[in-house]
Design a protein around this ligand. Structure first.
Ligand SMILES: Cc1cc2nc3c(=O)[nH]c(=O)nc-3n(C[C@H](O)[C@H](O)[C@H](O)COP(=O)(O)OP(=O)(O)OC[C@H]3O[C@@H](n4cnc5c(N)ncnc54)[C@H](O)[C@@H]3O)c2cc1C
Length: 445
């Protein structure tokens, strides 16, 4: 007879690995199913940073303990080994398209604070996966690579999961199959969500890039044929290498062309004189409103599955941990004949730490800015008015740029009332701002 599991986790990304670790460490029988044939291989674009190292995120403080080579989460009380290379990042520099710099964090002061001045840490995700695989194996999780889950059915006392010609039965299922989750789709979690658009990302590993500061995250906007894109430069953890990312919600944008256009711009062309592209990854992500209640019929959603576009690596790990603990608590409560409370603890955390803390419309409006200010000149003008150093921040949900722009409003009203009028449309509901974009996109699963 096939082994019956307490918990089946689908998806060996940051959320799934950590969920499996949590349940495995509690002594549960855990299966981790992943469609990639090699679970340590990275196949999807990710800029590979730990975000928000200088503030709470999802009710947690993420720490990289370089001495003992561990990533740790003190509020939730878990950590795991990461013994790959890393690089501290101390500030973010937002460049307007014409090259004006807005500093998010005073770089000199942040560097002086050492480990306490970092806003993020660059890491190597394939090494992270290797470390997480060792972690789950150490707590007897059965790992099944090459299983592409296609069907989930409810049984009398659990769930049956099918894929790639195999069947698995368990008491609970944790769906950690990412932003385009097939499980969320086939089990009806997406029915009540608003679909906005797709998000497209292109990531290059590059050598020979020479930005002005080696330990800063750089980002800017470019306008090209078919729309606009945001470009990010972040250090890779290996010395001298960088990740260049192009990202857009405009399906008409050729991201490769957008990145190439950026690399030739006046203010940064010299950074790329000796640059070489080493490796490329892409991603297309469904952008829905969040799942409000990420549980039904013994299925818990973890990581990006229930989020708007992404929870970030940090959020995925935290939600994976929470989901693994919730499933464990529920299994134990059932075994002991107690009232089942484990799941509601997860739902409470999800509501408080994600749905109520991070307004998904505000987050998505970051990507809508270029639909409001529709030329490089307008963005350069409006953001060019921000002269002061803003708070150090690498939290995509809480960028201080909006605050900086608010202060510039009286000047914009006086000098360019037509730009202020356009900025006013930012207060419209997201589906209004994205009407045209939504028409051009279709969710993938
Ligand atoms: C361009 C880009 C840049 C980014 N940069 C950053 C960054 O710098 N910092 C940061 O914190 N976050 C970043 N992110 C977001 C980050 O990558 C995600 O939030 C994070 O990986 C989510 O983890 P997850 O485990 O929820 O999902 P995923 O990492 O997507 O993992 C899901 C796993 O499920 C597997 N799977 C999917 N379907 C099935 C199936 N049917 N059967 C079996 N297995 C399946 C997949 O193969 C995958 O391994 C970036 C994302 C993009 C697109």
């Amino acid at each position: 007879m096939a082994k019956r599991y307490d918990v089946i986790v689908v998806g060996a990304g940051p959320a799934g690995f950590v969920a499996a670790k949590a349940a495995g460490e509690n002594g549960l029988e855990v299966a981790l199913l992943e469609r990639k044939p090699d679970v340590t291989q990275l196949t999807r674009a990710c800029a590979q940073t730990l975000v928000s190292m200088n503030e709470y995120i999802f009710d947690e403080l993420c720490i990289y303990n370089a001495r003992d080579k561990r990533i740790s989460f003190p509020v939730n009380g878990f950590s795991f080994k990461y013994d790959g290379p890393y690089k501290n990042m101390y500030a973010c520099h937002f460049y307007t398209p014409n090259g004006h710099i807005i500093e998010l964090g005073d770089l000199k002061k942040q560097r002086e604070k050492g480990n306490h001045g970092i806003v993020g840490v660059a890491f190597d995700k394939e090494i992270l996966f290797r470390c997480l695989l060792e972690e789950v194996k150490a707590c007897s999780v059965d790992v099944f690579p090459g299983i592409n889950v296609s069907k989930v059915t409810r049984t009398t006392d659990g769930v049956k999961v099918e894929g790639s010609g195999r069947e698995f039965e368990g008491t609970y299922l944790i769906a950690a199959d990412g932003v385009n989750s097939r499980i969320a789709q086939v089990t009806g979690f997406n029915k009540d969500r608003t679909y906005y658009c797709n998000f497209y990302g292109l990531v290059y590993y590059m050598s020979g890039v020479e930005p002005p500061e080696p330990d800063v995250i750089i980002f800017t906007h470019v306008f090209v044929k078919g729309g606009a894109a945001m470009i990010f430069i972040m250090p890779r953890p290996t010395d001298g290498d960088y990740i260049v990312t192009g990202a857009t919600v405009d399906s008409g944008v050729d991201l490769e062309a957008a990145c190439d256009y950026f690399m030739k711009k006046e203010f940064c062309a010299s950074w790329f004189k000796k640059a070489k592209k080493l490796r490329a990854f892409s991603a297309t992500c469904n952008c829905y409103s969040p799942v409000i209640s990420p549980y039904k019929d013994r299925i818990l959603l973890a990581g990006d599955v229930g989020s708007t576009q992404e929870l970030e690596n940090t959020g995925a790990m935290i939600s994976g941990w929470k989901a693994g603990q919730a499933a464990t608590t529920a299994v134990q409560e059932e075994n002991l004949g107690l009232e089942v409370t484990g799941i509601s603890q997860y739902l409470d955390w999800w509501t408080k730490a994600y749905v109520n803390s991070y307004n998904h419309e505000t987050y998505m409006k970051t990507w809508a800015l270029t639909h409001i200010l529709t030329t490089e000149e307008e963005i350069s003008y409006a953001f060019g008015l921000i002269k002061e150093t803003l708070r150090p921040c690498w939290n995509p949900y809480r960028s201080p740029l909006a605050q900086g722009l608010k202060k510039a409003m009286p000047t914009i009203q006086h000098e360019r009332p037509e730009v202020l009028q356009k900025l006013g449309t930012m207060s419209l509901p997201l589906n209004k701002i994205f009407t045209e974009v939504t028409k051009l996109s279709k969710p993938i699963s």
